[in-house]
Design a protein around this ligand. Structure first.
Ligand SMILES: Nc1ncnc2c1ncn2[C@@H]1O[C@H](COP(=O)(O)OP(=O)(O)OP(=O)(O)O)[C@@H](O)[C@H]1O
Ligand SMILES: [Mg+2]
Length: 474
Protein backbone atom coordinates (compact mmCIF):
# COMPACT_ATOMS: atom_id res chain seq x y z
CA UNK A 1 0.00 0.00 0.00
CA UNK A 2 1.42 3.37 -1.00
CA UNK A 3 0.90 5.54 2.10
CA UNK A 4 2.42 8.64 0.52
CA UNK A 5 -0.14 8.62 -2.32
CA UNK A 6 -2.95 7.65 0.01
CA UNK A 7 -5.45 10.48 0.09
CA UNK A 8 -6.33 9.85 3.73
CA UNK A 9 -4.94 12.63 5.90
CA UNK A 10 -4.54 10.19 8.78
CA UNK A 11 -2.42 7.79 6.68
CA UNK A 12 -0.35 10.69 5.36
CA UNK A 13 0.34 12.04 8.85
CA UNK A 14 1.09 8.55 10.17
CA UNK A 15 3.42 7.93 7.24
CA UNK A 16 5.32 11.22 7.56
CA UNK A 17 5.71 10.84 11.32
CA UNK A 18 6.39 7.11 11.57
CA UNK A 19 8.80 6.84 8.62
CA UNK A 20 11.30 9.34 10.13
CA UNK A 21 10.77 7.69 13.52
CA UNK A 22 11.64 4.33 11.93
CA UNK A 23 14.69 5.91 10.23
CA UNK A 24 15.90 7.37 13.52
CA UNK A 25 15.46 3.97 15.14
CA UNK A 26 17.55 2.24 12.44
CA UNK A 27 20.31 4.86 12.87
CA UNK A 28 20.33 4.50 16.65
CA UNK A 29 20.30 0.70 16.29
CA UNK A 30 23.44 0.90 14.07
CA UNK A 31 25.05 3.28 16.58
CA UNK A 32 24.12 0.93 19.40
CA UNK A 33 25.71 -1.98 17.54
CA UNK A 34 29.03 -0.15 17.08
CA UNK A 35 29.00 1.03 20.70
CA UNK A 36 28.25 -2.48 21.96
CA UNK A 37 31.11 -3.90 19.87
CA UNK A 38 33.49 -1.19 21.07
CA UNK A 39 32.77 -1.70 24.78
CA UNK A 40 32.80 -5.48 24.48
CA UNK A 41 36.18 -5.38 22.62
CA UNK A 42 37.67 -3.10 25.29
CA UNK A 43 36.61 -5.43 28.10
CA UNK A 44 37.74 -8.50 26.18
CA UNK A 45 41.12 -6.94 25.37
CA UNK A 46 41.68 -6.05 29.01
CA UNK A 47 41.04 -9.67 29.95
CA UNK A 48 43.51 -10.84 27.28
CA UNK A 49 46.12 -8.38 28.52
CA UNK A 50 45.65 -9.62 32.11
CA UNK A 51 46.30 -13.17 30.92
CA UNK A 52 49.43 -12.01 29.09
CA UNK A 53 50.60 -10.22 32.26
CA UNK A 54 50.12 -13.42 34.28
CA UNK A 55 52.34 -15.30 31.78
CA UNK A 56 54.98 -12.51 31.97
CA UNK A 57 54.89 -12.70 35.79
CA UNK A 58 55.90 -16.36 35.56
CA UNK A 59 58.95 -15.79 33.29
CA UNK A 60 62.25 -16.98 34.88
CA UNK A 61 65.79 -16.80 33.58
CA UNK A 62 69.40 -17.62 34.50
CA UNK A 63 72.52 -16.83 32.53
CA UNK A 64 72.03 -19.93 30.41
CA UNK A 65 68.33 -20.12 29.62
CA UNK A 66 64.90 -18.55 29.90
CA UNK A 67 61.87 -20.54 30.98
CA UNK A 68 58.28 -20.07 32.19
CA UNK A 69 57.46 -21.30 35.65
CA UNK A 70 54.01 -22.62 34.81
CA UNK A 71 53.10 -25.65 36.94
CA UNK A 72 49.88 -27.48 35.98
CA UNK A 73 47.89 -25.67 38.69
CA UNK A 74 48.96 -22.28 37.35
CA UNK A 75 48.14 -23.42 33.79
CA UNK A 76 44.71 -24.50 34.95
CA UNK A 77 44.12 -21.06 36.45
CA UNK A 78 45.31 -19.34 33.27
CA UNK A 79 43.26 -21.50 30.96
CA UNK A 80 40.22 -21.62 33.20
CA UNK A 81 37.31 -20.19 31.21
CA UNK A 82 33.81 -21.64 30.85
CA UNK A 83 33.16 -20.45 27.34
CA UNK A 84 36.48 -19.89 25.59
CA UNK A 85 39.73 -21.65 24.88
CA UNK A 86 42.93 -19.80 25.84
CA UNK A 87 46.35 -20.36 24.24
CA UNK A 88 49.68 -18.78 25.21
CA UNK A 89 53.17 -18.75 23.86
CA UNK A 90 56.51 -17.20 24.82
CA UNK A 91 58.99 -16.54 22.00
CA UNK A 92 62.57 -15.29 21.74
CA UNK A 93 63.03 -12.24 19.53
CA UNK A 94 64.27 -14.56 16.72
CA UNK A 95 60.93 -16.43 16.86
CA UNK A 96 62.16 -19.54 18.72
CA UNK A 97 59.44 -20.82 21.03
CA UNK A 98 60.46 -20.87 24.67
CA UNK A 99 57.21 -22.18 26.11
CA UNK A 100 53.47 -22.52 25.48
CA UNK A 101 51.24 -23.77 22.63
CA UNK A 102 52.80 -24.46 19.27
CA UNK A 103 49.57 -23.72 17.36
CA UNK A 104 49.82 -19.96 17.76
CA UNK A 105 50.97 -18.18 14.58
CA UNK A 106 54.48 -16.69 14.73
CA UNK A 107 54.74 -12.99 14.06
CA UNK A 108 55.95 -12.46 10.46
CA UNK A 109 57.84 -9.25 11.25
CA UNK A 110 60.39 -8.59 13.94
CA UNK A 111 58.29 -7.51 16.91
CA UNK A 112 59.49 -4.28 18.43
CA UNK A 113 56.30 -2.38 19.30
CA UNK A 114 56.57 -0.92 22.84
CA UNK A 115 52.79 -1.24 23.38
CA UNK A 116 50.66 -4.40 23.29
CA UNK A 117 49.11 -5.13 19.88
CA UNK A 118 45.78 -6.88 19.27
CA UNK A 119 44.57 -8.68 16.19
CA UNK A 120 42.08 -11.30 14.99
CA UNK A 121 43.22 -14.64 13.55
CA UNK A 122 42.03 -18.19 12.89
CA UNK A 123 43.21 -21.02 15.10
CA UNK A 124 42.17 -24.66 14.53
CA UNK A 125 39.31 -23.32 12.39
CA UNK A 126 38.07 -20.99 15.14
CA UNK A 127 38.14 -17.20 15.25
CA UNK A 128 40.44 -15.91 18.00
CA UNK A 129 41.75 -12.59 19.24
CA UNK A 130 45.48 -12.43 19.97
CA UNK A 131 47.45 -10.01 22.11
CA UNK A 132 51.20 -9.65 21.66
CA UNK A 133 53.26 -8.07 24.44
CA UNK A 134 57.01 -7.37 24.53
CA UNK A 135 58.53 -8.13 27.94
CA UNK A 136 62.00 -7.57 29.41
CA UNK A 137 63.30 -10.17 31.81
CA UNK A 138 63.85 -9.06 35.38
CA UNK A 139 67.58 -8.60 36.04
CA UNK A 140 68.35 -9.10 32.35
CA UNK A 141 67.10 -5.84 30.87
CA UNK A 142 69.03 -6.52 27.67
CA UNK A 143 67.06 -9.74 27.05
CA UNK A 144 63.61 -9.41 25.54
CA UNK A 145 60.83 -11.98 24.93
CA UNK A 146 57.48 -11.87 23.14
CA UNK A 147 54.38 -13.15 24.91
CA UNK A 148 51.31 -14.06 22.86
CA UNK A 149 47.94 -14.95 24.36
CA UNK A 150 44.95 -15.96 22.17
CA UNK A 151 41.35 -16.49 23.16
CA UNK A 152 38.32 -17.74 21.17
CA UNK A 153 35.53 -15.18 20.77
CA UNK A 154 32.46 -16.81 22.35
CA UNK A 155 32.50 -14.54 25.40
CA UNK A 156 33.11 -11.50 23.18
CA UNK A 157 30.09 -12.28 21.03
CA UNK A 158 27.94 -12.96 24.05
CA UNK A 159 28.97 -9.69 25.63
CA UNK A 160 28.28 -7.76 22.39
CA UNK A 161 24.82 -9.35 22.17
CA UNK A 162 24.01 -8.55 25.78
CA UNK A 163 25.05 -4.90 25.46
CA UNK A 164 23.12 -4.62 22.17
CA UNK A 165 19.97 -6.16 23.65
CA UNK A 166 20.16 -3.99 26.75
CA UNK A 167 20.13 -0.93 24.44
CA UNK A 168 17.72 -2.14 21.74
CA UNK A 169 14.93 -3.79 23.76
CA UNK A 170 14.01 -0.63 25.69
CA UNK A 171 14.41 1.31 22.44
CA UNK A 172 11.93 -0.95 20.58
CA UNK A 173 9.53 -0.57 23.48
CA UNK A 174 9.90 3.23 23.36
CA UNK A 175 9.44 3.28 19.56
CA UNK A 176 6.22 1.22 19.81
CA UNK A 177 4.98 3.47 22.58
CA UNK A 178 5.90 6.51 20.47
CA UNK A 179 4.05 5.08 17.43
CA UNK A 180 0.95 4.43 19.56
CA UNK A 181 1.10 7.97 20.98
CA UNK A 182 1.54 9.43 17.47
CA UNK A 183 -1.37 7.39 16.13
CA UNK A 184 -3.61 8.33 19.06
CA UNK A 185 -2.54 11.99 18.78
CA UNK A 186 -3.42 12.05 15.07
CA UNK A 187 -6.78 10.42 15.77
CA UNK A 188 -7.57 13.00 18.43
CA UNK A 189 -6.27 15.86 16.26
CA UNK A 190 -8.55 14.77 13.40
CA UNK A 191 -11.70 14.57 15.54
CA UNK A 192 -12.95 18.02 14.36
CA UNK A 193 -12.52 16.84 10.77
CA UNK A 194 -14.56 13.68 11.32
CA UNK A 195 -17.18 15.71 13.23
CA UNK A 196 -17.47 17.99 10.21
CA UNK A 197 -17.66 14.99 7.90
CA UNK A 198 -20.44 13.43 10.03
CA UNK A 199 -22.36 16.72 10.22
CA UNK A 200 -22.18 17.14 6.43
CA UNK A 201 -23.13 13.56 5.57
CA UNK A 202 -26.04 13.60 8.06
CA UNK A 203 -27.59 16.55 6.19
CA UNK A 204 -30.34 16.09 3.68
CA UNK A 205 -29.57 17.26 0.16
CA UNK A 206 -32.02 20.09 0.71
CA UNK A 207 -30.41 21.47 3.83
CA UNK A 208 -28.27 24.28 2.47
CA UNK A 209 -27.89 26.23 5.72
CA UNK A 210 -24.29 27.33 6.53
CA UNK A 211 -22.05 24.84 8.32
CA UNK A 212 -21.45 25.77 11.97
CA UNK A 213 -17.81 26.87 12.29
CA UNK A 214 -17.49 28.17 15.87
CA UNK A 215 -15.83 24.95 17.09
CA UNK A 216 -13.82 24.37 13.93
CA UNK A 217 -10.01 24.53 14.38
CA UNK A 218 -8.41 27.54 12.70
CA UNK A 219 -6.68 25.39 10.02
CA UNK A 220 -10.07 24.13 8.85
CA UNK A 221 -11.88 27.45 8.95
CA UNK A 222 -10.97 28.37 5.32
CA UNK A 223 -12.39 25.02 4.12
CA UNK A 224 -15.60 25.52 6.11
CA UNK A 225 -15.92 29.08 4.80
CA UNK A 226 -15.43 27.84 1.22
CA UNK A 227 -18.14 25.20 1.80
CA UNK A 228 -20.44 27.88 3.20
CA UNK A 229 -19.83 30.15 0.20
CA UNK A 230 -20.71 27.23 -2.08
CA UNK A 231 -23.83 26.42 -0.04
CA UNK A 232 -24.84 30.04 -0.24
CA UNK A 233 -24.51 30.02 -4.03
CA UNK A 234 -26.47 26.77 -4.24
CA UNK A 235 -29.21 28.19 -2.02
CA UNK A 236 -29.50 31.24 -4.23
CA UNK A 237 -29.55 29.08 -7.36
CA UNK A 238 -32.22 26.81 -5.91
CA UNK A 239 -34.35 29.75 -4.83
CA UNK A 240 -34.01 31.26 -8.29
CA UNK A 241 -34.96 28.00 -9.97
CA UNK A 242 -37.97 27.49 -7.75
CA UNK A 243 -39.11 31.06 -8.34
CA UNK A 244 -38.60 30.62 -12.08
CA UNK A 245 -40.65 27.40 -12.30
CA UNK A 246 -43.39 28.83 -10.09
CA UNK A 247 -43.53 32.07 -12.10
CA UNK A 248 -43.47 30.24 -15.44
CA UNK A 249 -46.28 27.93 -14.37
CA UNK A 250 -48.23 30.86 -13.02
CA UNK A 251 -47.73 32.85 -16.21
CA UNK A 252 -48.98 29.84 -18.18
CA UNK A 253 -52.14 29.51 -16.23
CA UNK A 254 -53.57 32.99 -16.73
CA UNK A 255 -53.59 33.06 -20.57
CA UNK A 256 -54.68 29.42 -20.63
CA UNK A 257 -57.66 30.23 -18.45
CA UNK A 258 -58.53 33.13 -20.83
CA UNK A 259 -58.22 30.87 -23.87
CA UNK A 260 -60.48 28.30 -22.26
CA UNK A 261 -63.18 30.93 -21.72
CA UNK A 262 -63.02 32.00 -25.38
CA UNK A 263 -63.21 28.39 -26.58
CA UNK A 264 -66.20 27.76 -24.34
CA UNK A 265 -67.96 30.82 -25.75
CA UNK A 266 -67.01 30.04 -29.40
CA UNK A 267 -68.36 26.48 -29.13
CA UNK A 268 -71.73 27.84 -28.22
CA UNK A 269 -71.92 30.02 -31.33
CA UNK A 270 -73.75 28.36 -34.26
CA UNK A 271 -71.46 27.67 -37.20
CA UNK A 272 -69.34 25.21 -39.14
CA UNK A 273 -69.21 21.75 -37.36
CA UNK A 274 -65.50 21.48 -38.38
CA UNK A 275 -64.95 24.65 -36.41
CA UNK A 276 -66.46 22.94 -33.33
CA UNK A 277 -64.18 19.93 -33.87
CA UNK A 278 -61.13 22.20 -34.11
CA UNK A 279 -62.18 24.09 -31.02
CA UNK A 280 -62.51 20.80 -29.13
CA UNK A 281 -58.98 19.86 -30.12
CA UNK A 282 -57.72 23.25 -28.99
CA UNK A 283 -59.64 22.82 -25.77
CA UNK A 284 -58.05 19.46 -24.99
CA UNK A 285 -54.63 20.98 -25.75
CA UNK A 286 -55.36 23.83 -23.40
CA UNK A 287 -56.51 21.32 -20.76
CA UNK A 288 -53.25 19.44 -21.07
CA UNK A 289 -51.23 22.65 -20.78
CA UNK A 290 -53.24 23.74 -17.75
CA UNK A 291 -52.68 20.34 -16.17
CA UNK A 292 -48.95 20.64 -16.88
CA UNK A 293 -48.78 24.16 -15.45
CA UNK A 294 -50.60 23.01 -12.31
CA UNK A 295 -48.26 20.08 -11.82
CA UNK A 296 -45.18 22.23 -12.41
CA UNK A 297 -46.45 24.68 -9.86
CA UNK A 298 -47.09 21.89 -7.37
CA UNK A 299 -43.65 20.47 -8.01
CA UNK A 300 -42.01 23.84 -7.46
CA UNK A 301 -43.92 24.19 -4.19
CA UNK A 302 -43.16 20.60 -3.21
CA UNK A 303 -39.40 21.02 -3.50
CA UNK A 304 -38.41 20.70 0.11
CA UNK A 305 -38.03 23.90 2.01
CA UNK A 306 -35.18 24.32 4.43
CA UNK A 307 -36.35 23.29 7.87
CA UNK A 308 -39.92 22.24 8.59
CA UNK A 309 -41.38 25.34 10.22
CA UNK A 310 -44.92 24.69 8.88
CA UNK A 311 -45.04 21.06 9.87
CA UNK A 312 -47.64 19.91 12.36
CA UNK A 313 -49.10 16.60 13.46
CA UNK A 314 -51.68 15.57 10.87
CA UNK A 315 -54.03 12.59 10.97
CA UNK A 316 -53.49 10.81 7.66
CA UNK A 317 -57.03 9.31 7.90
CA UNK A 318 -58.45 12.80 7.59
CA UNK A 319 -56.35 13.68 4.55
CA UNK A 320 -56.94 10.36 2.78
CA UNK A 321 -60.72 10.37 3.34
CA UNK A 322 -61.01 13.95 2.04
CA UNK A 323 -58.98 13.16 -1.07
CA UNK A 324 -60.86 9.92 -1.72
CA UNK A 325 -64.12 11.89 -1.56
CA UNK A 326 -62.70 14.37 -4.10
CA UNK A 327 -62.26 11.59 -6.67
CA UNK A 328 -65.68 10.04 -6.30
CA UNK A 329 -66.98 12.26 -9.11
CA UNK A 330 -64.31 10.84 -11.47
CA UNK A 331 -64.65 7.24 -10.35
CA UNK A 332 -68.45 7.10 -10.68
CA UNK A 333 -68.68 7.71 -14.47
CA UNK A 334 -66.17 4.86 -14.97
CA UNK A 335 -68.28 2.54 -12.84
CA UNK A 336 -65.39 2.08 -10.41
CA UNK A 337 -65.50 1.09 -6.79
CA UNK A 338 -63.51 3.62 -4.77
CA UNK A 339 -63.04 2.59 -1.15
CA UNK A 340 -61.36 4.21 1.81
CA UNK A 341 -60.32 2.15 4.83
CA UNK A 342 -59.07 4.07 7.82
CA UNK A 343 -56.80 2.85 10.59
CA UNK A 344 -58.34 1.97 13.95
CA UNK A 345 -56.43 4.58 15.90
CA UNK A 346 -55.35 8.00 14.56
CA UNK A 347 -52.45 7.79 12.10
CA UNK A 348 -50.47 10.87 13.02
CA UNK A 349 -47.63 12.11 10.88
CA UNK A 350 -45.63 15.27 11.34
CA UNK A 351 -45.99 17.30 8.16
CA UNK A 352 -47.63 19.92 6.00
CA UNK A 353 -51.35 19.34 5.49
CA UNK A 354 -51.54 20.70 1.92
CA UNK A 355 -48.48 18.71 0.82
CA UNK A 356 -49.86 15.49 2.29
CA UNK A 357 -53.16 16.16 0.50
CA UNK A 358 -51.24 16.69 -2.78
CA UNK A 359 -49.33 13.43 -2.32
CA UNK A 360 -52.50 11.44 -1.61
CA UNK A 361 -54.42 13.09 -4.44
CA UNK A 362 -51.69 12.23 -7.00
CA UNK A 363 -51.75 8.57 -6.01
CA UNK A 364 -55.57 8.33 -6.12
CA UNK A 365 -55.63 10.25 -9.41
CA UNK A 366 -53.22 7.73 -10.99
CA UNK A 367 -55.19 4.77 -9.70
CA UNK A 368 -58.48 6.20 -11.01
CA UNK A 369 -57.02 7.30 -14.38
CA UNK A 370 -55.03 4.17 -15.21
CA UNK A 371 -57.49 1.56 -13.97
CA UNK A 372 -60.03 0.31 -16.50
CA UNK A 373 -63.73 1.10 -16.15
CA UNK A 374 -65.43 -1.06 -13.57
CA UNK A 375 -62.17 -1.55 -11.67
CA UNK A 376 -61.48 -1.20 -7.94
CA UNK A 377 -59.41 1.38 -6.13
CA UNK A 378 -58.75 1.08 -2.39
CA UNK A 379 -57.20 3.80 -0.28
CA UNK A 380 -56.01 2.41 3.06
CA UNK A 381 -54.38 4.04 6.07
CA UNK A 382 -52.76 1.82 8.69
CA UNK A 383 -50.98 2.52 11.93
CA UNK A 384 -48.86 -0.38 13.15
CA UNK A 385 -45.09 -0.26 13.55
CA UNK A 386 -45.26 2.80 11.23
CA UNK A 387 -47.94 4.96 9.64
CA UNK A 388 -48.72 3.79 6.10
CA UNK A 389 -50.78 5.12 3.23
CA UNK A 390 -51.58 2.49 0.61
CA UNK A 391 -53.33 3.10 -2.71
CA UNK A 392 -54.22 -0.15 -4.47
CA UNK A 393 -55.90 -0.71 -7.82
CA UNK A 394 -56.57 -3.67 -10.08
CA UNK A 395 -55.49 -1.85 -13.23
CA UNK A 396 -52.72 -2.76 -15.69
CA UNK A 397 -49.91 -2.40 -13.09
CA UNK A 398 -46.46 -0.89 -13.54
CA UNK A 399 -43.80 -3.31 -14.87
CA UNK A 400 -41.12 -4.06 -12.26
CA UNK A 401 -38.33 -2.59 -14.42
CA UNK A 402 -40.23 0.74 -14.69
CA UNK A 403 -40.92 1.19 -10.97
CA UNK A 404 -37.82 3.29 -10.32
CA UNK A 405 -38.09 5.28 -13.55
CA UNK A 406 -41.66 6.48 -12.98
CA UNK A 407 -40.27 8.70 -10.21
CA UNK A 408 -38.18 10.61 -12.77
CA UNK A 409 -39.68 13.87 -13.94
CA UNK A 410 -41.70 13.66 -17.18
CA UNK A 411 -41.27 9.88 -17.38
CA UNK A 412 -44.32 7.96 -18.52
CA UNK A 413 -44.58 4.22 -19.16
CA UNK A 414 -44.47 3.54 -22.89
CA UNK A 415 -47.93 3.00 -24.34
CA UNK A 416 -49.77 4.93 -21.60
CA UNK A 417 -52.82 6.24 -23.40
CA UNK A 418 -54.40 8.51 -20.78
CA UNK A 419 -53.13 12.08 -20.90
CA UNK A 420 -50.64 13.20 -18.25
CA UNK A 421 -47.37 15.05 -17.83
CA UNK A 422 -45.23 12.52 -15.92
CA UNK A 423 -44.93 14.76 -12.89
CA UNK A 424 -47.39 13.15 -10.42
CA UNK A 425 -45.08 10.50 -8.93
CA UNK A 426 -42.04 12.85 -8.81
CA UNK A 427 -44.25 15.20 -6.77
CA UNK A 428 -45.19 12.28 -4.50
CA UNK A 429 -41.49 11.44 -4.09
CA UNK A 430 -40.51 15.04 -3.28
CA UNK A 431 -43.24 15.40 -0.67
CA UNK A 432 -42.44 12.00 0.84
CA UNK A 433 -38.72 12.88 1.09
CA UNK A 434 -39.56 16.17 2.78
CA UNK A 435 -41.55 14.15 5.32
CA UNK A 436 -38.78 11.53 5.74
CA UNK A 437 -41.17 8.97 4.25
CA UNK A 438 -40.43 6.23 1.70
CA UNK A 439 -42.46 5.35 -1.40
CA UNK A 440 -42.62 1.84 -2.77
CA UNK A 441 -44.46 0.44 -5.79
CA UNK A 442 -45.47 -3.22 -5.79
CA UNK A 443 -48.08 -5.55 -7.29
CA UNK A 444 -51.40 -6.03 -5.62
CA UNK A 445 -52.02 -9.26 -3.72
CA UNK A 446 -52.71 -11.75 -6.52
CA UNK A 447 -50.08 -10.19 -8.79
CA UNK A 448 -52.33 -7.81 -10.77
CA UNK A 449 -52.67 -4.05 -10.48
CA UNK A 450 -50.58 -1.54 -8.57
CA UNK A 451 -49.97 -0.89 -4.89
CA UNK A 452 -48.19 2.31 -3.92
CA UNK A 453 -47.15 2.36 -0.25
CA UNK A 454 -45.93 5.49 1.50
CA UNK A 455 -44.38 4.74 4.89
CA UNK A 456 -44.09 7.66 7.32
CA UNK A 457 -42.21 7.89 10.58
CA UNK A 458 -44.70 8.33 13.44
CA UNK A 459 -45.26 11.92 14.62
CA UNK A 460 -43.44 12.75 17.86
CA UNK A 461 -45.88 12.50 20.77
CA UNK A 462 -47.39 15.75 22.05
CA UNK A 463 -47.37 17.51 18.66
CA UNK A 464 -50.96 16.75 17.68
CA UNK A 465 -52.83 20.04 17.60
CA UNK A 466 -56.31 18.45 17.56
CA UNK A 467 -57.37 20.13 14.29
CA UNK A 468 -57.44 16.88 12.35
CA UNK A 469 -60.10 14.24 12.58
CA UNK A 470 -60.42 10.54 11.87
CA UNK A 471 -62.79 9.26 9.16
CA UNK A 472 -64.17 5.82 8.43
CA UNK A 473 -65.10 4.19 5.08
CA UNK A 474 -66.47 6.46 2.38
N1 LIG B 1 -51.79 3.19 -10.73
C1 LIG B 1 -51.12 3.10 -11.87
N2 LIG B 1 -51.36 2.08 -12.72
C2 LIG B 1 -50.70 1.95 -13.88
N3 LIG B 1 -49.72 2.80 -14.28
C3 LIG B 1 -49.42 3.83 -13.47
C4 LIG B 1 -50.09 4.04 -12.23
N4 LIG B 1 -49.55 5.12 -11.64
C5 LIG B 1 -48.61 5.60 -12.47
N5 LIG B 1 -48.53 4.82 -13.57
C6 LIG B 1 -47.57 4.99 -14.68
O1 LIG B 1 -46.54 5.82 -14.25
C7 LIG B 1 -46.41 6.97 -15.09
C8 LIG B 1 -45.99 8.15 -14.29
O2 LIG B 1 -47.02 8.58 -13.42
P1 LIG B 1 -47.10 10.07 -12.97
O3 LIG B 1 -48.19 10.20 -12.02
O4 LIG B 1 -45.76 10.47 -12.53
O5 LIG B 1 -47.34 10.87 -14.27
P2 LIG B 1 -48.67 10.92 -15.14
O6 LIG B 1 -49.79 10.33 -14.39
O7 LIG B 1 -48.35 10.32 -16.46
O8 LIG B 1 -48.86 12.47 -15.31
P3 LIG B 1 -49.33 13.52 -14.22
O9 LIG B 1 -49.47 12.78 -12.94
O10 LIG B 1 -48.24 14.50 -14.18
O11 LIG B 1 -50.59 14.04 -14.72
C9 LIG B 1 -47.73 7.12 -15.71
O12 LIG B 1 -47.62 7.74 -16.98
C10 LIG B 1 -48.19 5.68 -15.87
O13 LIG B 1 -47.64 5.13 -17.04
MG1 LIG C 1 -50.23 10.98 -12.40
Amino acid sequence: MNFVRDTSLRSQLLCWLLLPLGGIWILTACGAYFLAEHFANNTFDRELLNSADSVIARLRSDPVKIWVDMPPAAQAILRHNNRDKIYYQVLKPDGTRISGDAVLPKPVRHFDSPVPSFRYAKLNGQDVRIVRVKANLEGHEDQMVLVQVAMTLNALHEMTQQILLSILVPQIFMICLGALCVSYGIKRGLIPLSKLEKALSARSQFDLTPVESSETPSEMKPVVSAINVLLDKLRNDLDQQQRFVANAAHQFRTPLAGLKTYIYAAKRLPGDPRMTEMLEKIESGVDRLTHLANKLLTLAKAEPQIGNANHQAVDLNFVASEMTADFVSEALPKGMELTFISSEKPALVFGELTDLAELTSNLIENAVIYTQSGGNVTVRVSNGDAVRLMVQDNGPGIPAEEREKVFERFYRVLGTAAPGSGLGLPIVKEIATAHKATVEISDCPGGKGTTVTVTFPCAPKGNFNGKSKTNTDS
